[in-house]
Design a protein around this ligand. Structure first.
Ligand SMILES: [Mg+2]
Length: 397
């Protein structure tokens, strides 16, 4: 028996839902373009030593705070004020996805990686903070709920390719262990433009530092993309023999084939991706280099909205996410909310020697809690840590 379409829809209670179809409006359901009635009224930036913060203000009194990467903050500030701000003013703060798309696609000719996703990240984090504050929920609840309340963290420090004296490097490693870090990362900072140095400083630093750390503290190496495959495999295998359990960014991002060869040769997980800024760069990284762990940085890679997609890409290929994270404030809070909400988080998140960030830290009334070698997911509304605007204004440039 034929059932008329309208009668069928009516039996499902679907008659009257016309406004969900483009071009049709029905007064009985809320207008999709005016969901909250709240509009973003201003976009402000505050540049400080080692940081740039973004504040979104609304006509309803709510405000959200975000953070962009601290590299070249004058450029990021210019991107925000000259390109992005006009697309955000007047928008509904709940339109996180449409806003992200417009910010990215309208300006991506300027370069889809680097300054643009850095600048978008600041706005995106502020949008999520705002949304959480309006709904009175921590951001992880808006992202899908909670798999975890904390995440293991490692402390890292750099030795400038061997220019930092060994004694000083040992001191920094021991200092991190004394502060409660159970995992320490030695950043060799050899870099892509100084490939395969002779002599190679890595084993000298690793063995000297390893000797001074308690056995309970893990130590792993990041050559900062300073090797081609053959050197990366040679050094990596020796480090593996010495007990290293992870190997980060052995080869340049520009040469996924070399990373793939290292992944193939090593018996320990290889981490990569701190310089991938979009889902498409992560797609190429995964398909061509096949690292075990991917490392998006939320304040570089377009914010929570983009990295949530990168996390889904990771799930698709059974990769876990260990965010690159050099900022101890809003960037860390955002990363913790994302890690709380995804199944493939870990094995850890990066943290930093917070004393390097004295001025930035001083403008926060609350910070992400660090306890027993772990960071705790903030539970307050929005991103869950409080910036003191008065203090911030006294140090902003
Ligand atoms: Mg790294």
């Amino acid at each position: 028996m034929k059932i008329k379409r309208r009668k069928f829809l009516s039996s499902l209670g679907m008659v009257g839902l016309g406004s969900y179809m483009p071009g049709m409006v029905n007064a009985s359901v809320p207008n999709l373009h005016d969901k909250t009635g709240i509009k973003i009224s201003d976009v402000k930036t505050f540049r400080v030593d080692r940081g740039i913060f973004v504040k979104l203000e609304t006509d309803a009194g709510y405000a959200g705070w975000g953070e962009s990467s601290p590299n070249s903050t004058e450029i990021i500030e210019s991107f925000i004020h000259n390109l992005l701000k006009k697309e955000v003013i007047g928008r509904d703060p709940f339109d996180v996805e449409p806003i992200w798309d417009e910010l990215f696609w309208k300006s991506h000719d300027l370069g889809p990686a680097g300054a643009l996703p850095y600048a978008i990240a600041g706005i995106d984090l502020a949008l999520w903070d705002l949304k959480g504050k309006i709904l009175k929920q921590p951001v992880y609840n808006l992202l899908g709920g909670s798999f975890r309340k904390e995440m293991k963290v490692y402390g890292g420090f750099g030795v400038l390719g061997g220019k930092v004296p060994l004694e000083q490097a040992i001191k920094r490693a021991v200092n991190l262990a004394e502060k409660g870090f159970t995992i320490v990362k030695l950043r060799m900072q050899i870099r892509e433009n100084n490939l395969n140095p002779i002599p190679d400083p890595t084993l000298k630093y690793y063995t000297a530092i390893r000797k001074e750390l308690p056995d309970s503290v893990e130590l792993f190496v990041d050559p900062n993309e300073g090797y081609t495959a053959s050197r990366a495999i040679q050094i990596g295998k020796e480090l593996q023999q010495l007990g290293m359990k992870f190997y980060e960014s052995p080869c340049p991002l520009e040469n996924h084939k070399d990373t793939a060869a290292v992944v193939e040769a090593m018996d320990i997980p290889v981490l990569a991706g701190e310089k991938c800024y979009t889902r498409w760069q992560f797609r190429d990284l995964i398909l061509q280099a096949n690292p075990d762990v991917i490392q998006p940085d939320l304040i570089k890679s377009g914010g929570i909205t983009e990295v949530k997609k990168v996390a889904a890409l990771g799930q698709t290929f059974f990769k876990t996410l260990a965010p690159h994270n050099t900022k101890p404030t809003l960037g860390t809070a955002a990363a913790m909310h994302l890690l709380a909400s995804i199944s493939n988080a870990g094995p850890f998140i990066e943290f930093i020697e917070t004393e390097l960030y004295g001025e930035v830290m001083s403008v926060f009334d609350t910070l992400v809690e660090f306890k027993n070698g772990k960071l705790i997911v903030p539970q307050a509304n929005g991103l869950g840590i409080e910036i003191n605007e008065k203090k911030l204004k006294t140090i902003a440039r």
